[in-house]
Write a protein that binds this ligand. Structure first.
Ligand code: PRP
Ligand code: ADE
Length: 176
């Protein structure tokens, strides 16, 4: 593992039994308390995108922790940022999809005019657990006619095998 990745990983905290008994919660927020580590993380994400994706139009960030890194990556790459939000938060016409995650169920929405047919998107989130959230985001983007070039997360919980649900190019920086 590279020095930069080691630095970022060393800052990720683990909280047993949060938000429910039996869940070991991986907390990425301490990385944001360290400006140098945050810059390393954004650089690592951008470097992976540049080396694997020929061209992309949009970084799609998933509420809420995908909003932390998505706009920073989009700005560094010089492309758009589009949010996918939990139901009822976005104005105008929306498309929606329901999904299950490691500790519950939820509904995601995107604005109908946020992505044009054929646009190439990279979906970004902090963490992949069961993969339900990422799978829902893929479904939502493809409903809008987007082409999902890459699904990218900072942290992957390997035991849950969420990546097997995606059937799209996928990459994670840090594994537990
Ligand atoms: C967390 C995390 C991912 C999702 C992963 O979000 O940020 O989005 O769970 O779980 P999955 O792979 O099992 O679907 P959460 O829904 O807790 O929302 P938050 O980001 O608003 O805290
Ligand atoms: N989202 C789903 N499972 C999670 C976990 N174990 N830690 C942090 N976020 C999560």
């Amino acid at each position: 593992m590279s020095d930069r990745l080691e630095t970022v990983k060393s800052l990720i905290a683990a909280h047993p039994d949060f938000p429910k008994p039996g869940i070991l919660f991986r907390d990425v927020f301490p990385v944001l308390r360290n400006a140098k580590a945050l810059r390393m993380l954004i650089d690592l994400l951008c470097e992976h995108i540049k080396s694997t994706v020929a061209s992309a139009d949009i970084i799609v960030g998933l509420e809420s922790r995908g909003f932390l890194f998505g706009p920073m990556v989009a700005e560094q790459l010089g492309i758009a940022f589009v949010p996918v939000r939990k139901a009822g938060k976005l104005p105008g016409k929306t498309v929606s999809v329901s999904y299950t995650l490691e500790y519950g169920t939820d509904k995601f929405e995107a604005q109908e005019d946020s992505v044009k047919k054929g646009q190439k998107v990279i979906i970004l989130d902090d963490l992949l657990a069961t993969g339900g959230t990422m799978k829902a985001a893929i479904e939502l983007m493809e409903k809008l006619g987007a082409v999902v070039e890459l699904c990218l997360v900072v942290i992957e919980l390997d035991d849950l095998k969420g990546r097997n649900k995606l059937n799209r190019p996928f990459y994670s920086l840090i594994h537990y």
